[in-house]
Write a protein that binds this ligand. Structure first.
Ligand code: TZP
Ligand code: MG
Length: 205
C-alpha cells in the first residue's frame, strides 16, 4: 500500500479532546489515514467514539484504522486495524475482515520485522524508535540503526516508524528508510497546535 508521510494517531488522555475533534484537526492539516487508539475506554465507549469519527472521515475520504479491536473495525466497516504482538494474530484478522481491509502490525526488533513481512499484512511498524512517554511499558527503543536494518531486510515492504518522533527528528527517520511516521505526542499534546503541526510535517518534500 501507499502510505502517506505522516500517520497520526489519536489519544484522548493526552490531547484532552475527543477522538472526533482530533481527527477533524488532523484532516484539516492534511492527514489521509488516521489511527484511533484508546487503551482506557470501555469497548462500548471506543465503539461510539469510532462511529462518530467514521461519519466525519468518510465524508472527507480519509481512512480510519482501529487499534487493537478487530470487532469494532468489523462492526463499523472501518478501513482496517492495527495489531500488536499480543493481539489477535494478523492471519485471523485477515480472515475476519477480508482482503480489502488494511492490516498493520507492530514489531519491536529486526527479527520480528523480518518475520512480519511474510504475514498477510499491509504495513509493518517498527518501534519505539526513540524514547516515548505515550506508551505504557514501552519496549526498548530500537534507534535509527534498526530502522535502516529493517528497511534492508524487508525490501520495499511498507514500513511505518513509531515512537518519540518529533518535528526535530523526523527527517532522519525518513532518511533511514521509513515510508511513514506514526506520531502521537508531538502532534497532539497541545490540541490547539494539531493542525499547524500536521501542516509543518507535511510541508517539506
Ligand atoms: N508503539 C510504539 S511507541 C508508541 C506506540 C503506540 C507510542 C508513540 O507515541 P509518541 O508520542 O509518538 O512517542
Ligand atoms: Mg495492540
Amino acid at each position: 500500500m501507499n502510505l502517506p508521510k505522516i500517520y497520526p494517531i489519536t489519544d484522548t488522555r493526552l490531547a484532552k479532546i475527543s477522538h472526533a475533534a482530533q481527527v477533524q484537526k488532523f484532516i484539516e492539516g492534511g492527514a489521509t489515514i488516521i489511527q484511533l487508539r484508546d487503551k482506557n475506554s470501555s469497548p462500548k465507549g471506543f465503539y461510539e467514539a469510532a462511529k462518530e469519527v467514521l461519519e466525519i472521515a468518510r465524508e472527507r475520504n480519509v481512512k480510519i484504522i482501529i487499534n487493537d479491536r478487530v470487532d469494532i473495525a468489523l462492526a463499523l466497516k472501518a478501513d482496517g486495524v492495527h495489531l500488536g504482538q499480543d493481539d489477535l494474530p494478523p492471519e485471523h484478522a485477515r480472515k475476519i475482515l477480508g482482503e480489502k481491509a488494511i492490516i498493520g502490525f507492530s514489531t519491536h526488533n529486526l527479527k520480528q520485522a523480518a518475520e512480519a513481512a511474510r504475514l498477510p499484512i499491509d504495513y509493518l511498524a517498527i518501534g519505539p524508535v526513540f524514547t516515548t512517554l505515550t506508551k505504557e511499558n514501552p519496549e526498548n527503543t530500537v534507534g535509527i540503526e534498526t530502522v535502516k536494518r529493517v528497511r534492508d531486510a524487508i525490501g520495499d515492504f511498507p514500513l511505518v516508524a513509531i515512537g518519540g518522533i518529533t518535528s526535530e527528528n523526523f527527517r532522519e527517520v525518513l532518511a533511514a528508510g521509513a515510508d511513514s511516521l506514526a506520531i502521537i505526542g508531538d502532534l497532539i499534546s497541545d490540541p490547539h497546535e494539531i493542525t499547524r503541526k500536521m501542516r509543518i510535517f507535511l510541508s517539506e518534500e
